[in-house]
Design a protein around this ligand. Structure first.
Ligand code: G3P
Length: 226
């Protein structure tokens, strides 16, 4: 796999919040780019799908799609393919986010085809067993996120440290090169620090920055935990 992302990494999923639509999402990406450069911190942005090409061509940090379908290019309507995100300038894609689940066979297809296109895959999982199963498919990264903590403001790294620690251990046992992230409720530097102390290579988050009054300050706070 050719592409590399420095670790630890903060991955910001813009989701489909109003606060990240259109120009606001573009501004968020620019804030991430600036903080990344100033602080020497690895930050990845996952713009709203319709803004992916524009943002990927406007910032120097890696851009990931939020989702792709497990289909080859061709006669499909309204789908997003790996080939199209590559053409849009993406570095990779989130896969199987808990808000956009896929069948395991589709996850396997996406990981394999992404690797052949030199795109990175961050596969979201909801527990340790699923994390282990996904690691067998050799994605770039597994991101464990207990669904009940998503958007809660209560960080997985503090509320459920066991799931982070065990996911790191089990995933790396199956596939030592796999990057392991954790997410759900991550809001501040302490949450990031706790995640890293538990062995995670970084965090995946959304609302803590996207919905913050001052997204730049929120991002700087997160970086302070590294
Ligand atoms: O993709 C990140 C995510 O599901 C966590 O969301 O808002 O709890 O940071 P949030």
């Amino acid at each position: 796999m050719g592409r590399k992302i420095d670790l630890p990494v903060i991955v910001l999923n813009e989701k489909t919040y109003l606060e990240s639509a259109g120009d606001r999402g573009f501004e968020l990406a620019k804030i991430c780019e600036a903080v990344s450069a100033e602080q020497g911190m690895s930050i990845v942005i996952c713009p709203q799908q319709v803004e992916l090409a524009k943002i990927a061509s406007s910032v120097k940090i890696p851009c990931f799609a939020q989702h792709v379908e497990a289909v080859e290019p061709g006669s499909h309507t309204g789908f997003v393919t790996l080939d199209s995100i590559k053409a849009a300038g993406a570095t990779g894609t989130l896969v199987n986010h808990s808000e956009h689940r896929l069948k395991i066979a589709d996850v396997e297809f996406i990981i394999g085809k992404a690797a052949s296109l030199d795109l990175l895959t961050i596969v979201c999982t909801n527990n340790i067993a699923v994390s282990k199963a996904v690691a067998e498919l050799k994605p770039y990264a597994v991101a464990v996120e207990p669904p009940e903590l998503i958007g809660s403001g209560r960080s997985v790294s503090k509320e459920d440290p066991g799931i982070v620690e065990e996911t790191v251990k089990e995933v790396k046992r199956v596939y030592a090169d796999c990057v392991v992230l954790c997410g759900a409720g991550v809001t501040n530097g302490e949450d990031v620090k706790a995640a890293i102390e538990l062995g995670a290579d970084g965090v995946l988050l959304a609302s803590g920055v996207v919905k913050a009054k001052d997204p730049r300050a929120a991002l700087l706070d997160l970086v302070s935990g590294v």
